[in-house]
Write a protein that binds this ligand. Structure first.
Ligand code: ADP
Ligand code: MG
Length: 224
């Protein structure tokens, strides 16, 4: 049986190993990336080579994976500050609106004029909301994609619902989607939902999903 001290030591060792590992990979990766850029500028014809784009895509994927691993590694560490959730949500939403407009996705937000002040880590909560919104925009049809964000007070906290009319999640996959590295996307890292859940749990909140394949998905978040 592991006691709390052993669990905490194992967790710290894991975080340390992961960050060291990411760091060691990131250095040669940066070199590879700049060397490839040098090759491309000295020999622009390489960009016509069929596999050049595959190499660049794979490089971008490994970079994304390292970025997500580093966020995943830190998602449980939060710095709370009193946050006016109404202003805060409106600001986060207006920062995402241009991207959704650009992607031609119909976007609605329903944020009431008053919501409670909560102790939140604004950077992490923003990360979590962007992860869920990104999943939504990756799931919706083009054209015809619709996403909505609604918030309302509940008990002493708030609920945030993020709804889309995308491809949905099958019953079998519902059990796996929050597991690290579970992805159905060709270049997905499978860390977005694992990170989001960690962030929410670090705030003692909760996240759940309702989804109908072919019709859409709603993520319900509670922060108290
Ligand atoms: P990634 O986006 O890199 O695949 P995530 O952890 O963000 O990793 O998501 C895991 C998986 O959950 C996705 O690959 C997808 O299958 C499913 N998923 C998450 N959000 C949605 C959504 N809004 N609609 C449909 N499927 C979703
Ligand atoms: Mg994702």
């Amino acid at each position: 049986m592991c006691n709390d001290d052993t669990v905490s030591k194992l967790k710290n060792d894991f975080h340390y190993t992961l960050s060291k590992f990411s760091h060691e990979i990131r250095n040669p990766l940066t070199l590879i990336s700049s060397e490839l850029q040098m090759i491309a500028s000295a020999h622009p014809e390489v960009e016509d080579y069929d596999h050049w784009n595959d190499v660049m895509d794979n490089l971008a994927y490994v970079t994304d994976l390292l970025d997500d691993l580093s966020v995943f590694n830190n998602a449980g560490r939060i710095r709370l500050e009193a946050t006016d959730t109404c202003d805060y949500l409106k600001t986060v939403i207006s920062s995402i609106k241009p991207t959704l407009d650009y992607l031609d996705i119909t976007f609605e937000s329903h944020i009431p004029e008053s919501l409670p002040v909560l102790m939140l880590d604004k950077i992490r909560i923003r990360e979590m909301l962007l992860n869920l919104l990104k999943n939504a925009w990756e799931a919706v049809p083009v054209p015809g994609g619709k996403i909505s964000v609604s918030a309302f007070s509940k008990k002493s906290g708030i609920c945030i619902d993020i709804e889309d009319n995308g491809c949905g999640v099958s019953k079998e996959q519902l059990n796996s989607i929050f597991q690290p590295f579970f992805t159905t996307k060709e270049s997905g890292t499978g860390l977005g939902l694992a990170i989001s859940r960690q962030i929410i749990e670090a705030h003692h909140g909760s996240i759940s999903i309702e989804s109908t394949p072919g019709q859409g998905t709603v993520f319900h978040i509670f922060l108290g």
